[in-house]
Design a protein around this ligand. Structure first.
Ligand code: MN
Length: 179
């Protein structure tokens, strides 16, 4: 990995019709994306449904603000976690990540604030859009721990979904972009 720009991952908490967590990995110049209704877990015995959604542009990774009513996904979005990642298997390079997505199994090591260590994304049989996100058993695993309940604010700004809604109602919201 040395000398190579580290790819980013981001998890955006998004309250559209329902609260969910958009998990995104920088692969092939875009953000490969999965919507996780219950959010990621640090408990290796927990399998979280992750629905594959459309790729997003890289510059969306640090978007925080409110998507206007009438637009797809309208509602507040905050950056729940972000950092960099690498393929878990040192024999894999960044180029092989796109192949892993295509093959339906992606194993990465995340270097974030809330999420760290190995995670597996695996596509369910005969369900092209339905994947599972599972924490691997390693030093960063925490059985019984629900990290989405411990952290509900933005790692970039400290704002909560409620803060964003309040700011919109008060007319004081500026969309936040970083980097
Ligand atoms: Mn979303």
């Amino acid at each position: 990995m040395s000398g190579i720009k580290r790819p980013i991952f981001t998890v955006q908490k998004h309250r559209a019709s329902h609260v969910h967590y958009d998990f995104r990995l920088e692969i092939g110049g875009v953000l490969k994306s999965w919507a996780i209704p219950k959010g990621p877990s640090l408990d290796p015995s927990v399998k979280r449904l992750a629905v594959k959604v459309e790729d997003h542009d890289l510059d969306y990774a640090n978007f925080e603000g409110v998507i206007e009513e009438g637009h797809y996904g309208s509602g507040p979005v905050l950056v729940w976690d972000t950092g960099w990642f690498e393929p878990l298997d040192a024999n894999h390079d960044m180029e092989s990540l796109a192949g892993m997505v295509h093959a339906g199994k992606v194993e990465v090591c995340l270097h974030g604030q809330c999420l760290r260590g190995g995670f597996t994304l695996v596509r369910m049989k005969d369900r092209p859009r339905q994947w599972l996100l599972i924490k691997q058993r390693d030093a960063e695993a925490c059985p019984g721990r629900e990290v989405v309940e411990e952290h509900d604010d933005s790692v970039l700004s400290g704002r909560t979904i409620k803060d964003l809604e309040t700011a919109v109602e008060a007319g004081t919201l500026e969309t936040y972009r970083c980097g």
